[in-house]
Ligand binder design. Structure first.
Ligand SMILES: NC(=O)c1ccc[n+]([C@@H]2O[C@H](COP(=O)([O-])OP(=O)(O)OC[C@H]3O[C@@H](n4cnc5c(N)ncnc54)[C@H](O)[C@@H]3O)[C@@H](O)[C@H]2O)c1
Ligand SMILES: O=C(O)[C@@H]1CCCCN1
Length: 317
């Protein structure tokens, strides 16, 4: 029996150079649909294990996934932290490991930060594609970090909003963000100013208390809520959670990890995959919240895509 090849290492710049939203989006739609069918030959994905790193006010999330029919076995390791204002340490660090399901050896170790930034934003964009009202014109982004940038990139690539607004806790962060995307974004002095009248609202903050209040939100708006991924963390208030039709990536994930779902007592109406599969309706004309927690299957298909494209590039003469 021959030994397995040693794993390849695919680091940040290489991931960035091969991963494109136009390739990622259809694979993620397919993965969300497969996940929601709960067929173990398609996806086995337990709710993530989160090991508390109490001393550092963080968690190590472990996100194993097996896609039998597709022959994909992976796990992401993601450490995420509650950072003090002004901290220069990253809030999220991730690595994705791809394994051979038959032998069990590791095929690739890859940077998970670009994957996390891009697949999360792409899934939010899928939620908007499915759930925003027709003729949506104004996009508001709360937060100006890594996810704010990836969300800005894919939302402006996939849709044509007439106006994009951004808000963050400090004026400096807002200005830096506006500069980094080369203008074309309106910096706002308050969250309320950013979201009043907006058709689509993305929340991508590290907050553990509500930053988005239902009384500011226009009826029929779509909210993609990406932060607050612990059962006692919030980004949205009860007014919004109770007045909106709530969608999630994973029901089990939301009921064990989302403070916005658990503490508001709001009912989860459907998973995005249910809408993709046609088993639950897209309530486009109502106020909708997509509560994103992030799923291993999203990382699995992203990592496989990176691996395939990287391999094709390496073997080219
Ligand atoms: N759903 C998912 O799949 C998923 C994936 C990755 C990250 N996340 C979460 O998304 C959030 C953003 O991640 P990121 O990588 O962009 O982090 P980041 O640190 O790069 O950016 C966080 C942003 O939130 C702002 N912020 C922090 N605390 C705040 C507060 N109390 N009130 C208002 N604004 C505040 C910061 O100023 C910054 O603009 C985090 O909560 C992270 O855990 C979710
Ligand atoms: O699914 C993820 O990748 C993220 C990482 C940060 C915390 C929430 N979940």
């Amino acid at each position: 029996e021959t030994m397995a090849e040693p794993p390849v290492i695919i680091w940040r710049q290489e991931v960035e150079s091969v991963l494109r939203y136009r390739d990622l989006v259809p694979r993620l739609e397919d993965a969300l649909g497969k996940f929601s069918r709960r067929d173990s030959a398609e996806v086995v994905q337990p709710v993530r294990t989160a090991v508390p790193l109490q001393k550092h006010r963080g968690f190590m999330g472990l996100m194993p996934t097996y896609m039998e029919n597709d022959g994909v076995l992976s796990t992401k390791f993601v450490c995420f932290y509650k950072r003090e204002k002004g901290s220069t340490l990253p809030a999220v660090q991730a690595t994705v490991v791809l394994l051979d399901p038959e032998r069990g050896n590791i095929k690739a170790v890859m940077d998970g930060e670009v994957i996390t930034a891009m697949r999360t934003a792409a899934v939010s964009a899928i939620s908007a594609k499915l759930l925003m009202a027709s003729g949506a014109e104004v996009l508001a982004i709360l937060g100006t970090g890594t996810q704010a940038l990836s969300h800005y990139t894919v939302f402006t690539e996939m849709f044509s909003f007439k106006e994009v607004r951004v808000w963050s806790r400090t004026k400096e962060n807002v200005e830096r963000f506006v500069r980094s995307v080369g203008g074309g974004v309106k910096g706002c002095g308050s969250a309320e100013e950013a979201v009043r009248g907006a058709d689509v609202i993305v929340t991508v903050t590290g907050s553990t208390e509500p930053v988005l209040h239902g009384q500011w939100v226009k009826a029929g708006a779509h909210v993609a809520a990406v932060g607050a991924c612990r059962p006692d963390w919030r980004e949205l208030d009860d007014v919004l959670m109770k007045s909106a039709v709530v969608y999630t990536d994973s029901r089990e994930g939301a009921l064990s990890e989302s403070g916005d779902v658990i503490l508001s007592g709001a009912q989860v109406f459907a998973e995005l995959g249910d809408v993709i599969n046609g088993t639950k309706p897209a309530e486009r004309e109502k106020t909708t919240v997509f509560k994103s927690l992030g799923m291993g299957v999203e990382d699995a298909v992203s990592a496989q895509l990176v691996f395939d494209q990287w391999t094709a590039k390496e073997t080219k003469p």
